[in-house]
Design a protein around this ligand. Structure first.
Ligand code: SF4
Length: 351
């Protein structure tokens, strides 16, 4: 897929835009003021594959906490600010690698300028975020409601406001919980700006609904070559957001590495506890950076055949499990040993 050409923006030691790999972001749900809990969550998310982390900065204490948090994490940190421009400045002074603001709710242009001046001085990128829930009145009136066109106009207006202040180290995000509106807005804005785009479906929902909405929305947008960094937003554990984001990118061929697990849907022929095994295999493979496919199949009738495409496979028999390599059954073990055998294979893969 050919990707839209956008400008390169540096966030800490990561780069987005310019055709670079799409970075995965998430946001902590700890109190940012609680340094210990926030650091622990960030480090867990980083281990799971989060490239850039965002934290909410609703108070001065949260802005000050950034300094301590930064000392104990290894990924760039974005400070998320609403309403109070002084918190944006304080967050930058305390080491934020990027800030996310909605200039529309920061107040006057003077206040936006005060933030921009500090960002410029320190060369800290600003994500200009617009959200369908907070679209300005004049735009809603102009477009007769909240529309993709209105979201784009609002985002571009705000980017221009900052550009006119002499700063263009910007990332743009347009968020809507309406998937198709979001897709349309990204299609429209991609032609109108070369600032990198942060893509996500906002308020997507709980695990199932959120995963489906995010996957469809991100899939339709990313598959057109649009988007430089993504966030899957779920009402749940942010670690799940990372898992989903990685799978979305891998499914679209936008990220290599990591084991792909295919598993059969189970049927009346299933002879082992396959649902449990498939979930255990998913958890197991998260610890390996091998670029291979592992098949988890429920029976010997179709299992080995269906596992042919995979590098490694397991299939259930009556009380036994089969290990399959490139479509060939090479070992029979008791069912309860299947996972350990698979782990052993992965540990020695390629030796
Ligand atoms: S692999 Fe076997 S158990 Fe799984 S769906 Fe196919 S036939 Fe059924």
């Amino acid at each position: 897929m050919s990707r839209n050409t956008t400008k390169i923006v540096k966030i800490g030691d990561k780069v987005i835009g310019g055709g670079n790999p799409i970075m995965i972001q998430s946001m902590t749900n700890t109190k940012t003021e609680d340094v210990e809990a926030t650091v622990a969550q960030i480090n867990r998310l980083a281990a799971a594959g989060c490239d850039i982390i965002r934290v909410a900065v609703p108070t001065k204490e949260a802005a000050y906490a950034i300094k301590e948090i930064k000392k104990q994490i290894n990924i760039p940190l974005v400070a998320d600010i609403h309403f109070d421009y002084r918190l944006a400045i304080l967050a930058m002074e305390n080491g934020a690698d990027k800030i996310r603001i909605n200039p529309g709710n920061i107040g006057s242009d003077e206040r936006v300028k005060a933030v921009v001046d500090v960002a410029k001085e320190r060369n800290i990128p600003i994500r200009v975020g617009v959200n369908s829930g907070s679209l300005e009145k004049h735009i809603i009136e102009k477009y007769n409601g909240v529309t993709a066109e209105g979201l784009v106009e609002s985002a571009l207006e705000k980017a221009k406001l900052i550009e006119d202040m002499g700063y263009d180290n910007l990332v743009i995000s347009i968020k809507s919980s309406d998937v198709l509106m979001s897709v349309k807005a990204h299609e429209l804005i991609a032609d109108k700006t070369d600032h990198p785009l942060h893509v996500g479906i906002t308020e997507a929902g709980t695990l199932l609904r959120g995963n489906i909405k995010s996957s469809i929305g991100l899939g339709l947008i990313l598959n057109q070559g649009i988007g430089d960094t993504i966030r899957v937003s779920l009402t749940g554990d942010p670690e799940q957001e990372i898992k989903t984001a990685k799978l979305v990118l891998k499914t679209l061929g936008l990220r290599q590495g990591g084991i792909e697990v295919v598993s059969c849907p189970t049927c009346g022929r299933t002879q082992i506890n396959l649902i449990k095994l498939a979930n255990e295999v998913e958890d197991l493979v998260a610890n390996y950076d091998l670029d291979i496919k592992v098949a988890v199949m429920g029976c010997v009738v179709n299992g080995p055949g269906e596992a042919k495409e995979a590098d490694l496979g397991v299939a259930g028999g009556a009380g036994v499990g089969l290990l399959i390599k490139k479509g060939e059954v090479y070992k029979k073990v008791p069912e309860e040993q299947l996972l350990a055998e698979l782990k052993n294979e992965l540990d020695h893969w390629g030796e």
